[in-house]
Design a protein around this ligand. Structure first.
Ligand code: MGD
Ligand code: MGD
Ligand code: MO
Length: 798
């Protein structure tokens, strides 16, 4: 083909005929879902993963250093580590082992690979195939109109970036994305550069993840993070887990739940799916546990409909009021409410207008079960509520979190030992990124601190979040995209729209460890800048450096890699940001970037002067267990949007979720074999679904009503904003899920999520609230899907 580069087809405007044969489905295998997580199979899978290729030594050596005092922070999730003294071997889990195997692989790709494979050819691979290629080991550049990435020196790469950035009409025509693996130190220099350059356009993966939590918690209790510590799980009476799948996504949380339960806590799970990790647990690190019975986790499981949580939370509050009437003064903590909160009376009045029958119908959980749940809450005080994406990615997720807080405030359960709010964060340093100002809307105090300390004037206008940034690219307002990690193309909603937006860019720059689809759907010019990973040694001027991260509970700890870097031609993210700053700003800069590059202690010294809570950062971060950042709600101090000094009860509506006969609600979720957009394998072991990811989980009755059969091939559609969005070729799987609720995997169905379907207030994609239609598969459907879309969505398999 004369011009293979998809990017040449920038004129794409809708449907063009598919040029490639359609995606071929794998042979789907179904088994009964598991009712417990971890245990021997998890250990076996960890080991298999680590020996999968010739990287046994790289991976095996690393595993023993993961989450150890002198090792590195696990690159998988943000769950905190228990006291390091207690565990003779590293605290790790199957998901952590997989994440590590993924970055510690000995497979690599460089100039030869890119010479042999055009961007067009690579775009025909599936995400799973792309994930298998290995680490990128030298910087590469795609010139305008080019068909293949070609090698480039680091200096030339930064010169190209400088030329583009300095040629923009305004700094706001650039955006700087961050995925949550970037260290605190890299975060600091990165945002500093962006702000000295002149923009607050710092969209980040939080804008698709826990923005909802930060937004809601800041407004109702005055602080955007969770209030509990790990120890609180050990002392709790009741732990409620809503819209979160710990068995797969934060498996080390299962140890904390088990310990809490052994100390007497009850566990309640609220989820449309009876997830294995909510039902039972075998500790993979305790040999005896592998042969004894699994440990039962949930005492009560409430199979809520998708988005039914609002009605469910209202019902629980209503029932608590009823209980209080029967036992005045025993159920609700009036002294706490009077002293520390505002708005309780108005809430009481409002709740009384609801009828339990209506709420039970709306949430899909029978009244008796709701009463049982309310009893558990009524009779306990030390209550923790944990939540994940099942809550944050709802259009009314902010309202739902207000109601989680309402419940806890009624019980006086925030700011006490064993109780509080626990948004379970995703990426291992997503919380640290935000603390250190990767934030599209920094506060005046934060910017004042930068201005005072460094002496430049940071921009004061709020910047773009993810959804706004994509729209701005689409409208031609953003022309330059820089991504510090991640895979924005596949993580973002409305893949067709997003791909279109990215193809309009003048330049896209991706700082990455491995190849992903985001490198293949690019701006006119594109750069891939490969970096060392967290498990690798970061040596500067002959000295091994450490970086630091903040976990889900606000603990900052150091981390130091142990493996030799996969290639000599990699630099680290700190040097990427500093060298970019030097190339772009030159003599304009008031900051000594070399000082940062020569020693990360210098970065931490600056942070300790600018961000409250980081005093003596360098000394405290190397202490065992790191240090806690300040947290007012944990100390019983609250504030809210309209009432300073007090936490707020909020009144919110129950949404109308009525659906036409042929409509369903769809939530997009993760399999057990992926880390976000990185697909490790094709199995979802705990759910008993093997060898294919293009499946849709449906209730048996819905399958029958729709005239479908299990195993049947279907196409999925969304029609928001009057546009037909198509995800072709899925297999119907019968699953224990409430009627009218369906579940598919992300990123395959992101193409169905409208860019306008967002969480009110937080402006995140509502990826767990998508209206879809399901139709029998039509082989002609590919005529409607141009190769542009196929390349962006991974359906152009050859
Ligand atoms: N192995 C592994 N670990 C990971 C990740 C990974 O991809 N792989 N990703 C990391 C990241 S960035 C994050 S944010 C976290 C994500 O971890 P989770 O928050 O667990 O995210 P999901 O897998 O998307 O699924 C959330 C759960 O929400 C449920 N759900 C869907 N809709 C609803 C609803 O309407 N109501 C309720 N109550 N529940 C609902 C689903 O059934 C599912 O159990 O995990 C982190 N850890
Ligand atoms: N439909 C739907 N969409 C979703 C979600 C959902 O549940 N449903 N979840 C959302 C959530 S919670 C999140 S957090 C986002 C995730 O969005 P992102 O964070 O953007 O995506 P990831 O898949 O985690 O990014 C993977 C890439 O990061 C790079 N990488 C890995 N490690 C490193 C490193 O150490 N340094 C650098 N520079 N690069 C590295 C690799 O090249 C890899 O390909 O997706 C969101 N999108
Ligand atoms: Mo996330």
């Amino acid at each position: 083909m004369e011009n293979e580069n998809l990017n040449k087809k920038n004129e794409y405007s809708g449907h063009s005929p598919a040029a490639q044969p359609p995606y071929r489905l794998g042979e789907l295998k179904l088994e009964a879902p598991e009712n417990w997580a971890a245990g021997a199979p998890a250990v076996m899978h960890s080991i298999q993963q680590l020996v999968r290729d010739a990287s046994t030594l790289r991976g095996g050596r690393a595993l023993f250093s993961m989450n150890q005092f002198d090792g590195f922070d696990c690159p998988s999730c943000a769950w905190p580590d228990p006291d390091h003294d207690r565990s003779p071997i590293a605290e790790y889990c199957e998901s952590g082992a997989k994440a590590l195997a993924e970055e510690a692989t000995s497979k690599k790709i460089g100039a030869d690979f890119f010479r042999e494979n055009s961007v067009y050819d690579l775009s025909k691979m599936t995400d799973y195939q792309i994930s298998q290629l290995g680490r990128i080991c030298e910087p590469v550049y795609l010139p305008e109109g080019g068909t293949h990435y070609q090698p480039i020196s680091w200096d030339n790469a930064f010169a190209k970036i400088a030329e583009k950035l300095n040629g923009l009409d305004s700094p706001d025509e650039a955006m700087f994305y961050t995925s949550g693996r970037t260290s605190n130190e890299a975060t600091w220099v990165y945002q500093l550069f962006g702000r000295e350059f002149g923009t607050n356009n710092f969209p980040d993966c939080s804008n698709m993840c826990h923005e909802t939590s930060g937004y809601a918690l800041t407004r109702c209790i005055g602080f955007g993070k969770g209030s509990v510590k790990l120890e609180d799980f050990y002392e709790s009476d009741l732990i409620i887990i809503m819209g979160q799948n710990p068995g797969t996504n934060s498996p080390r949380m299962l140890s904390a739940l088990t310990k809490g339960k052994k100390n007497g806590a009850k566990i309640m799970a609220i989820n449309p799916l009876p997830e294995a990790g909510l039902m039972g647990f075998r500790d993979p690190q305790k040999p005896l546990a592998l042969i004894t019975k699994p440990f039962e986790l949930s005492d009560l499981y409430l199979p809520v409909k998708i988005n039914g949580d609002m009605a469910l939370l209202k019902a629980l509050q209503l029932l608590l009021l009823e209980e209080e009437e029967k036992n005045p003064g025993k159920i609700i903590d009036h002294p706490f409410i009077t002293e520390k909160t505002a708005g309780f009376e108005a809430l009481t009045e409002e709740l009384k207008r609801y009828d339990l029958g209506f709420l039970a119908e709306e949430c899909g959980v029978p009244g008796e079960k709701l009463r049982e749940a309310a009893q558990m809450i009524a009779t306990n005080k030390k209550i923790i509520i944990c939540w994940g994406m099942g809550i944050t990615q709802q259009h009314n997720g902010v309202d739902m979190i207000y109601n989680i807080v309402n419940l806890l405030l009624m019980k006086g359960s925030i700011g006490i030992r064993g109780g509080g709010v626990c948004p379970v964060r995703g990426h291992s340093n997503v919380q640290g990124n935000r603390t250190l100002l990767v934030n599209h809307k920094p506060t005046d105090e934060q910017l004042d601190a930068l201005e005072k300390f460094y002496g430049f004037k940071p921009p004061r206008e709020g910047g773009y979040d993810v959804v706004k940034a994509i729209k701005a690219m689409h409208d031609g307002k953003v022309k330059f995209m820089f991504c510090m990690g991640g895979n924005l193309l596949s993580a973002a909603p409305d893949t067709t729209y997003t791909a279109d937006a990215m193809r309009k860019l003048e330049m896209s720059v991706m700082v990455s460890t491995k190849l992903n689809r985001g490198h293949l759907i690019h701006g006119k010019e594109a750069l891939i800048l490969p970096v060392i990973s967290r498990s690798e040694k970061d040596i500067v001027n002959g000295e091994l450096q450490h970086i630091s991260t903040e976990n889900s509970m606000g603990v900052v700890e150091w981390s130091r890699g142990v493996l030799e870097p996969i290639s000599e031609n990699l630099i680290n993210e700190i040097h990427v940001a500093c060298r970019m700053a030097k190339a772009v700003l030159g003599d304009r800069s008031v900051i000594d970037w070399d000082r940062f590059m020569n020693s990360y202690d210098a970065i931490r010294d600056d942070v300790s002067q600018c961000i409250p809570g980081f005093e003596n950062y360098n000394e405290r971060v190397v202490q065992k267990g790191g240090f806690y950042l300040p947290n007012n709600p944990r100390d019983g101090k609250f504030s809210s949007e309209h009432v300073p000094g007090k936490a707020a009860f909020n009144i919110t509506p129950v949404p109308d979720n009525s659906l036409a006969d042929d409509e369903y609600l769809m939530a997009t979720t993760r399999t057990h074999d992926q880390f976000n957009t990185v697909v490790y394998g094709l199995d979802d072991r705990y759910r008993g679904i093997f060898n294919e990811r293009r499946i849709v989980m449906m209730n048996e009755k819905d399958i029958e009503k729709a005239g479908l059969k299990e195993g049947e091939k279907v196409d999925l559609f969304n029609y928001d904003d009057g546009i037909e969005r198509i995800a072709p070729l899925f297999i119907v799987v019968k699953y224990a899920i409430p009627q009218k609720s369906t579940m598919t995997y992300f990123p395959e169905t992101n193409v169905l999520v409208s860019i306008n379907n967002v969480v009110d207030g937080a402006n995140m994609p509502a990826s767990k609230y998508v209206r879809i239609k399901i139709k029998k598969h039509d082989p002609e459907i590919y005529q409607k899907i141009g190769e542009h879309i196929a390349a962006a969505t991974g359906t152009a398999q050859q």
